[in-house]
Design a protein around this ligand. Sequence first.
Ligand SMILES: [Zn+2]
Length: 421
Amino acid sequence: MVNLRTATLSAGLCLLAACKPQASNEAKAPPGTQSQEVRAQEVPTSYVSEHAFEKGSSFYNSLRALEIDSATILKIVESAKKVFPLQEIGAGTRYSISWSNEAKTDPISIELRIAADSSLLIERNNDSDLEWTATKNVLPVSIQRKTFIGVVDSSLWESADLVGMDPNLITSLTEVFAWQVDFTRQVRRGDRWRLTVEQKIVNDQVIGWGNILAAEYDNGSQSFTGVRFPQIGPNASYYASNGNSLKQLFIKSPLKFGRVTSGFSKGRFHPVLKIMRPHNGVDYGAPVGTPIMTIGAGTIVEVGPHGGSGNMIKIQHNGTYATAYLHMSRFAPGLRKGSKVEQGQVIGYVGTTGLSTGPHLHFAFYENGVYVDPLGRKFPSADPIAKNALPGFLKEASNVLRTLPDWNVAQHVESNGERTN
Ligand SMILES: [Zn+2]
């Protein structure tokens, strides 16, 4: 099979011995605590031991197992209290202990990797009281750009897997183009995609992903481009290369992944009622529990069991449009009649309540109170980039679009099934 551009990711955390020099150099005593000159001296690496908390074992028990005396452990716990509650340490959390002697009987500092980008350093003060001081260090995160390119053979997920890409990034890609492509029914063999994404690095170790900066999805007949650009406020959005927003009144599908099992029809043989009757909506087959999103912002006008419709939510989007979501197994918590919902918000989960032959979502779309077929309809776009920001956007867009990998790489894979250098 194809093994194109396999990412060399070792997503693990850095070993604490490797983190240690940076963390201690960065350590600054907060005001009012012991200053640096009374901190523990650098210790030879042979006096450092590496550990990880085991499932079901407390901080206290773990340190007792290393024969550290109770009084010392309690002092350590006490000193950490104000900075980080040690009872929140999860199984697998790595920590290193520096000892004053090779026999490892006298601990002088302990450093815990409490998050991918932060550590907790607890050091014994060099004073006669043998008190301890805890400091939280935020490790500097650097960003590098990483690119991926893929061609769909059987599914989007598989196309990501083939190129060694984190499947979560495929979900992010579907979010960028949620208004342009219905990923539940429009993904075809031969569709291709490419993207440039931020990768977060701490101490030369990959700790996760940042934002997709630019992406393209090409289904043979149409190609969609998205460029991330910050507008007013903290939220960035994705725009086409000309500055038009990718956002529209409605996203293309209420499910991220699933498939259309029955379309809108004026007359169809009803599988449960065994009679011909119109199918006033679109059925999406998906496992029980699959999250259902509202395709647009609006107000809930109905929520609850509704006869043959089972558990149903109906949302009024504006004076013209409304949507309904039927047969849910359960609703998202806190929703009631009159609740406001945001576009893409999860409102419930796929089920098979009411008149239903199996787990699916029946999705109904109303225009002026009348059922219409939502598939293939065009809806208005959100605001484009503001005029005064457009020159800046166009410049940035052309820069970031240039970072996308060349399509030819993917085409080569498509035609030959393997890559030659
Ligand atoms: Zn249906």
